[in-house]
Design a protein around this ligand. Structure first.
Ligand SMILES: [Zn+2]
Length: 500
């Protein structure tokens, strides 16, 4: 649907109530796959982490990965779920080349975790309780690469390649109940929910939680209904949206698209849809009925999973601080104002700032670097901050150099670009490139005198207290010294010279 055919967002919300539902897949970071001993690792040569089990060869027998079960239980507990004392795996039958077995081993009517809820805070500070229907264990499929087309999609491709390294990697799928009442904040809530799940699984160290690698993937269900109507509207499911920003945009787009169709008396097709980040739009995928027949049946090759009460309790005891408590504690420790802290949370840089403070930086300067210059660089490069070549230790070191007067802000930013280019730590770069602030009076006075040539009236102005006249001179000195001058010292020297 073209942009100008969408309904205005505010108008859509006036006419319709938004209901969302989220399915999040979390890839677990176990050493081995879900049902075999193959390595669970990102980025290997295609089809090198495979065996008869994950290739589904006849006669091979799977065995459940204990660590994956424990991680799944931990996730369930963190979501406030009940843990099933016994649960079976089921075969979900479908025929597609990314799964050599022709069925996915999943859980159907006996998920390991069910009936939970978590509180999710959106950027405005509003908190919504999201009810969790279930969290179940399953295995990932392989990865298809379509070659020869313009878009990398199957349409127009000449041939496709399949890599089974990912086939059999353990997944936990977390499914919410329908979420009502978020109104205009439904897109933000969807993104904040996924961010929270990501934070949780990262803190528990059960997943690498890198969205750009597909460790955390979200399918977003959106439906609209006229205000006051009880019956839910027809929903669409936008698949595999792989960044927080995309989730927010995709939900907003679907609201506006569906509203435009419904307002004209049209009806929504129940289907999966694909999000296109470049176009800022979703497109139609395949029809999806509630009665899709996957011919689920209990997996005959695996015994039921029956976690003992002792195991569940020991996993519960090992859960990290929950994200809401952690935030409260950090805000108190750092002394940040409400809004300031919310910005930090929304930037997703809490971990980095916490580690930078632990490495010795003041909370405010840690905040300033991560949410300012570093986030800007990441944004400009369209990357995640975690993919930049900079560590919390680097940032703490940079802050210390500024605090000790060795670097001014401008030089520090320059040093930062070299750190990001992988040249080493801030101190190493300062030493190697001679980037320290010049506060040596001899060099500064010489530069000031050069800047004053032909401008004798400037000193008169400063003597008379018109300090704005000093600005141009300081600027000229900074420029001549390529930004390495200690600006505060230049200013002092100017005043001294004027009053001689
Ligand atoms: Zn295998």
């Amino acid at each position: 649907m073209a942009k100008d055919e969408l309904m205005n967002y505010e108008k859509a919300l006036e006419q319709f109530e938004v209901v969302i539902g989220l399915e999040v897949h979390v890839e677990l970071n176990t050493n081995t796959k879900m049902f075999c001993g193959c390595r669970n690792e990102f980025g290997g040569e295609p089809n090198t982490f495979v065996c008869p089990i994950c290739l589904g060869l006849p006669g091979s027998l799977p065995a459940v990965n204990r660590k994956a079960v424990e991680s799944s239980i931990s996730i369930g507990l963190a979501l406030g779920c009940q843990i099933a004392p016994t649960g079976r795996f089921a075969r979900k039958n479908y025929f597609y080349p990314d799964l050599a077995k022709n069925f996915q081993t999943s859980q159907y009517d006996e998920p390991i975790a069910f009936e939970g809820s978590i509180d999710v805070e959106v950027p405005s500070g509003n908190v919504f309780t999201v009810a969790i229907e279930r969290a179940h264990m399953e295995e990932d499929a392989g990865k298809l690469t379509h070659v020869g087309g313009a878009t990398g999609r199957i349409q127009g491709a000449e041939y496709s390649l399949v890599d089974y390294n990912r086939a059999g990697v353990p997944l936990v799928e977390i499914v919410t109940k329908p979420v009502f009442g978020a109104g205009a904040e439904a897109p933000e809530l969807a993104a904040a929910y996924v961010r929270l799940i990501r934070e949780m699984v990262k803190a528990m160290n059960v997943s690498d939680a890198r969205m750009e690698r597909g460790n955390v993937r979200c399918d977003a269900n959106v439906s609209l209904r006229p205000h006051g109507q009880e019956k839910l509207g027809t929903r669409t499911e936008t698949k595999n949206v792989n960044s927080l920003r995309s989730i927010e945009r995709a939900v907003r787009y679907e609201i506006q698209r569906q509203a435009a169709i419904l307002a004209k008396g049209g009806s929504i097709t129940q289907e999966t849809r694909h999000w296109h980040e470049d176009k800022g739009a979703t497109s139609s995928g395949r029809p999806k009925s509630d009665a899709d027949d996957y011919r689920y049946f209990p997996e005959p090759d695996l015994v039921p999973v029956q976690p003992s009460a002792e195991l569940i309790e020991s996993l519960r005891a090992r859960l990290p601080e929950n994200p809401a408590e952690r935030r409260k504690r950090l805000q108190g420790e750092w002394g940040f104002a409400e809004l300031e802290f919310r910005d930090v949370v929304n930037s997703g840089l809490l971990d980095q700032i916490e580690e930078t403070v632990a490495a010795g930086a003041k909370p405010q300067s840690a905040r300033k670097w991560w949410t300012g210059e570093i986030a800007r660089v990441a944004n400009a490069a369209d990357k995640d901050v975690s993919d930049l070549e900079i560590s919390p230790a680097h940032v703490a070191e940079l802050a210390a150099l500024v605090e000790g007067g060795k670097l001014n802000d401008r030089l520090a930013r320059e040093v930062l670009t070299f750190v990001l280019a992988g040249e080493g730590s801030p101190s190493e770069i300062v030493a190697e490139r001679g980037l320290e602030v010049v506060s040596d009076d001899g060099a500064l006075v010489a530069a000031i005198e050069a800047a004053l040539v032909g401008q004798a009236d400037v000193l008169d102005a400063i003597r008379e207290g018109r300090m704005q006249a000093a600005g141009a001179v300081i600027g000229a000195v900074m420029k001549a010294m390529k930004g390495s001058a200690d600006a505060a010292r230049v200013r002092e020297l100017l005043i001294e010279m004027a009053n001689k």
